[in-house]
Design a protein around this ligand. Structure first.
Ligand SMILES: Cc1cc2nc3c(=O)[nH]c(=O)nc-3n(C[C@H](O)[C@H](O)[C@H](O)COP(=O)(O)O)c2cc1C
Length: 366
């Protein structure tokens, strides 16, 4: 292969110390099926092991502490029981021939006292306008408590400990979640971060928390086991960035040169200035998550053409969410151009095996 040849989705790749058999990554997806104490379950192990053909599985957002919990049924990675539960999942994925990172997510203001037992925390006391799912239905978000600088330092340590716990549970690495309007993204964006100290105001100040978390996590488990997820310009959970290009140019530069496993970009749009800047500014592995149409059914090709467009635009790997959710054998289906299962949205969050582990595989794969 010449230096500039565009790889195929089905070519091998290297991420950190891992050899991947293909370039299709299962995007992290919260499914709210953990036990009441946040421990992962055997059912979750079945779900992930079914999808072990992915080049890499990024397991769903797990909270590094109690106050970071977003919704009922999300898993944690901060107690011995959590570690034991996740160990069942990593063993199942590895036994099925797969590889897996765990996404570590602090929800910040995206949370509710009914879910975490605590008033959510955030860069500034700016309330989320959209309701929060609780066990008793959707409820209005509350005004979050502003984190002190000491709290921020403590949270950095919680991320580092969560990463150590993930490795103890058998994960191949962790993904720091700095996307989709969760705590770290709340620090990046100027509509949620109204601080006047060293964590607010200028771009360099707003990226500080994410950079400190990544530094601490990399020091704890080794940079080759650390990925970072970002969502430039994505308005999830009320995020409104006024300076997306400047912000992410600075963040990507600050994260570079550290030997991290990868950078993962949500809703990556090839040909846009922000995507081009990120690609040009990032010298490591870039995982891109294409825009397949949020709220729309999956395209008939399961996202293959959108994925190939991103590889052509310079992404090294492509992550797909709902296509993997609905197709345990997605890699084979995309490779063979086989029809794909549509997702059933009613079963995304919470519940049992229905809409979770019961999506059929192709007869040829079975
Ligand atoms: C059910 C569901 C849960 C999700 N949970 C997470 C999550 O825990 N962390 C995250 O970063 N993104 C999460 N996402 C976003 C996906 O990772 C992905 O970016 C999104 O689904 C778009 O990709 P797709 O069009 O291939 O589905 C979730 C998406 C879905 C559908």
């Amino acid at each position: 292969m010449t230096k500039n040849a565009v790889p195929s989705l089905f070519d091998a790749a290297v991420v950190g110390a891992l050899q991947l058999p293909n370039r299709l990554v299962m995007a992290p997806m919260t499914r709210n099926r953990a036990a009441e104490d946040g421990s992962p379950t055997e059912l979750m192990a079945t779900y992930y092991a079914q999808r072990a053909d992915a080049g890499l599985i990024i397991a769903e957002a797990a909270s590094p502490n109690q106050v970071g919990i977003t919704f009922a049924g999300i898993p944690g990675i901060y107690t011995d029981a959590h570690i034991a539960g996740w160990r069942g999942i990593t063993e199942a994925i590895h036994a099925a021939g797969g590889r897996t990172f765990l996404q570590v997510q602090h929800g910040g203001r995206v949370g509710h006292p009914d879910n975490s037992g605590a008033v959510p925390v955030a860069p500034s006391p700016v309330r989320l306008s959209t309701p929060i799912r609780t066990a008793a239905g959707s409820k209005d978000a509350v005004i979050p408590r502003e984190l002190s600088v000491d709290d921020i330092h403590g949270t950095v340590q919680d991320f580092a400990q969560a990463a150590r716990n993930a490795i103890a549970a058998g994960f191949d690495g962790v993904e720091v979640h700095s996307a989709n309007g969760m705590l770290l993204h709340q620090f990046l964006s100027d509509n949620t971060n109204q601080r006047t100290d060293e964590y607010g105001g200028t771009v360099d100040n707003r990226i500080r928390f994410t950079v400190e978390v990544v530094e601490a996590v990399a020091a704890a488990i080794g940079p080759e086991r650390v990925g970072v997820r970002i969502a430039p310009g994505v308005g999830a959970n009320d995020i409104v960035e006024s300076d997306t290009e400047e912000l992410y140019t600075a963040l990507v530069a600050a994260l570079g040169g550290r030997g991290l496993a990868y950078l993962h970009v949500v809703f990556a749009d090839p040909g846009t200035p922000v995507f081009e800047r990120i690609r040009a500014g990032w010298d490591g592995v870039l995982i891109a998550n294409p825009v397949l149409g949020w709220g729309s059914p999956l395209p008939g090709d399961g996202g293959r053409s959108a994925a190939e467009e991103l590889l052509a635009a310079g992404a090294d790997l492509v992550s797909l969410g709902r296509s993997f959710l609905a197709n345990p054998d997605l890699v084979a289906r995309l490779r063979d151009g086989a029809p794909i299962n549509q997702f059933r949205e009613d079963y995304f969050y919470g519940g049992d095996a229905t809409g979770y582990t019961d999506y059929p595989v192709l007869e040829s794969v079975a």
